[in-house]
Design a protein around this ligand. Structure first.
Ligand code: AMP
Ligand code: MG
Length: 335
């Protein structure tokens, strides 16, 4: 799993550190999955619930980490024949959501881009662009149309196809944690995994949570701040960007997000895309969409996200610096 853009929940976290003692909030922080920052805060404090959340978060790696040969995805990726393989429910759910996002984004999101991700990462390690032939070869084995799922049985028609759920698994994990916290009686929470943040209820200072979207070029700065229009419903925020983990080849920063239609990295003029839903529990969808939107660019992305009830902010590289492109309703997220 790769790190997305870190979206800092500045205001909330500042509030928490100021009145953490005796505030009734549980607050925990860890680095999981190759150093991705994970934060979980909720009220009222409940050590058992916190332990269950962290246990679940550590298990995510056992299913989805493509770099581990013993993870579920790692094992499936290495199988010679994938003809009716029984897969766990978490993976089936990820595949169903990935297919939904794939269909909504005309193929811009594709969880079978594994061979292309590997090709571009290998090219970066070796220091030269891949050849057109290599790109074509990798492209030929990818494609969600070569995958089917009947119940819990997976069928893959392309032997070289490799899954990579890095584009939406962080968001799905945030949704699961939000669900666990709500079911466990939390009245407020803030959950963050890399560029995925969810919040609901009021902060320790009894204020609506304010979530900062990072400046795409100055990592110590916040570009803008947003908040849930209805604090009880909460908010799901997902940011994809190129300033974490770029693929560097011949001195150029290339996107770690691949356009599945061309097999080449997305256009780096998209500095970041944030997709927001005005309620907690929608990070899986937001995550898939923000990755897809980096590929699609504003003109194609905005109507798709709008139709699904989401809000979008693009930060684009332009001659004059950084230009914003907002989708419908973004302005209603202002604190
Ligand atoms: P995110 O940080 O959520 O934007 O996810 C980026 C990660 O998703 C990459 O590091 C790849 O593992 C994976 N990925 C790259 N391109 C795509 C794509 N077009 N569709 C789905 N996943 C992708
Ligand atoms: Mg994503």
């Amino acid at each position: 799993m790769r790190v997305g853009v870190v979206v800092m929940a500045v205001a909330l976290l500042a509030g928490l550190s100021a009145c953490e003692e005796g505030s009734g909030w549980y607050r925990g922080k860890e680095k999981l999955y190759h150093g991705i920052p994970v934060r979980v805060g909720f009220a009222p404090e409940d050590d058992k619930l916190a332990a269950a959340v962290w246990e679940y978060l550590r298990e995510v790696d056992d299913v989805f980490n493509v770099y581990r040969t013993d993870s579920q995805v790692g094992r499936i990726n290495r199988m010679e024949k994938r003809d009716g393989v029984v897969i766990p429910e978490d993976l089936a759910r990820a595949l169903r959501l990935a297919r939904l996002v794939h269909e909504k984004t005309a193929g811009a999101f594709d969880p079978t881009v594994g061979p292309l991700v590997s090709l571009w990462r290998k090219a970066a390690r070796e220091g030269g662009l891949p050849t057109t032939e290599q790109v074509e070869q990798a492209l030929a084995v990818c494609g969600l149309d070569k995958v089917s799922l009947r119940g819990d049985r997976l069928q893959v028609e392309s032997p070289g196809l490799r899954f990579d759920f890095g584009g939406l698994v962080k968001g799905m994990a945030v949704d699961r944690v939000v669900g666990m916290l709500r079911a466990g009686g939390a009245r407020a929470a803030l959950v963050q995994i890399g560029g995925e943040t969810a919040a609901f209820g009021l902060s320790a200072r009894q204020q609506p949570h304010v979530i900062g979207i990072q400046h795409p070029k100055r990592l110590d700065r916040i570009w803008t701040r947003i908040t849930a229009p209805d604090p009880e419903a909460g908010i799901s925020v997902s940011t994809s960007g190129n300033y974490r983990n770029p693929v560097v080849i011949e001195g150029k920063d290339l996107y770690h997000i691949i356009d599945p239609r061309t097999g080449r990295p997305a256009d780096t003029r998209v500095l970041s895309v944030s997709v927001v839903f005005p309620r907690a529990g929608k990070n899986g969808l937001a995550d898939g969409l923000s990755t897809a939107c980096a590929v699609m660019g504003p003109a194609h992305c905005l109507p798709v996200v709008d139709a699904l009830g989401g809000r979008v902010l693009f930060l684009l590289e332009s001659d004059t610096g950084i230009t914003e492109r907002q989708g419908a309703g973004w302005d209603r997220l202002a604190p």
